[in-house]
Ligand binder design. Structure first.
Ligand SMILES: C[S@@+](CC[C@H](N)C(=O)[O-])C[C@H]1O[C@@H](n2cnc3c(N)ncnc32)[C@H](O)[C@@H]1O
Length: 274
């Protein structure tokens, strides 16, 4: 290991020709940072143990550009967009009691889209996921939902993102791939982001340390064979996401991915308003 720069290598910040492989058996160190802060107007009493919260942010929060989070789930994507500077409003067909932001119980394919500065959509991926047994895949029309939501979002004329899993990337238009290894996270989930109205440059993905979870791509067990999932407690700690249940975590994207791509989206929103 190049002395003094091990962390850079771990995070994939060396160009390919300079990167030095870590031992696959090296255990990944989980870095703890300060907890996420929310304005108190958002922070439901039931979620206050998970977040720090502050009164003085309320006015500022109301003035932020608004992002509509379609197929919101437990709010993994939402948290990233919030950290990138958006005011986030979520829509999901099922009640989401842990969703940390304003929430509407509704069908994303018919919910009114007017009045937002940007959009994110994560249609359910079970129809294309290698985690779903083949015989159940036809129950979820992932490709049809991606196409339907794309048509609606194009009509808004605003920048937007459609996200999905590796199996669905053939239904996305020139998507950007994000992986936990690009963020120094001990998970190798691959997620694909179709970006409309802006460009996003992603860092290269590398799998040269041992993850706690790998899915959706080549890993120690071969392509498409996920390693057994780590415990919920381990995943919550590793992803710095302690407000979700295990089931919500399974469906969510790491908020770090959405924060990264959300910063590009925010630039596009600002350009649109300038
Ligand atoms: C992949 S999960 C979303 C995960 C979320 N983006 C996150 O990062 O936490 C897909 C969600 O879509 C919801 N869903 C399925 N069909 C829907 C529909 N027609 N309208 C709104 N939500 C729907 C499911 O209830 C599920 O919560």
């Amino acid at each position: 290991m190049r002395s003094g720069q091990p962390e850079l290598a771990t995070r994939g910040l060396y160009p390919n020709d300079q990167r030095e492989a870590l031992s696959p058996s090296a255990s990944f160190e989980i870095h703890q940072r300060a907890r996420i802060r929310l304005p108190s107007s958002l922070c439901k009493p039931s979620l206050r143990t998970y977040f720090d919260w502050e009164d003085s942010w309320n006015d500022d929060y109301a003035k932020r550009p608004a992002l509509l989070d379609l197929f919101a789930g437990g709010g993994g994507a939402a948290m990233g967009y919030y950290l990138a500077g958006f005011r986030v409003v979520g829509v999901d067909l099922k009640p989401q009691k842990h969703y940390p932001f304003e929430f509407h119980l509704a069908d994303a394919l018919t919910y009114p889209l007017e009045g937002y500065d940007a959009y994110h959509a994560s249609p359910p991926c079970q129809g294309e996921s290698n985690m779903t047994p083949v015989r159940y895949r036809s129950r979820t029309p992932t490709a049809t939902m991606i196409q339907a939501i794309r048509v609606r979002l194009i009509e808004t004329g605003k920048p937007f993102i459609i996200e999905n899993v590796t199996g669905a990337r053939k239904h996305l238009v020139t998507p950007v791939k994000l992986c936990g290894s690009q963020f120094g996270l001990p998970i190798f989930y691959h997620r694909y982001f179709e970006c409309h109205g802006f460009y996003c440059l992603s860092r290269s993905c590398h799998h040269n340390y041992k993850p706690i979870v790998a899915s959706g791509g080549p890993n120690a067990n071969g392509w498409g064979k996920p390693r057994p999932h780590a415990s919920v407690a381990t995943r919550r700690e590793a992803l710095r996401n302690d407000w979700m249940t295990g089931e919500e975590l399974n469906e969510s994207i790491p908020w770090q991915y959405a924060e990264f791509i959300g910063k590009y989206l925010m630039e596009a929103v600002k350009r649109g308003k300038a």
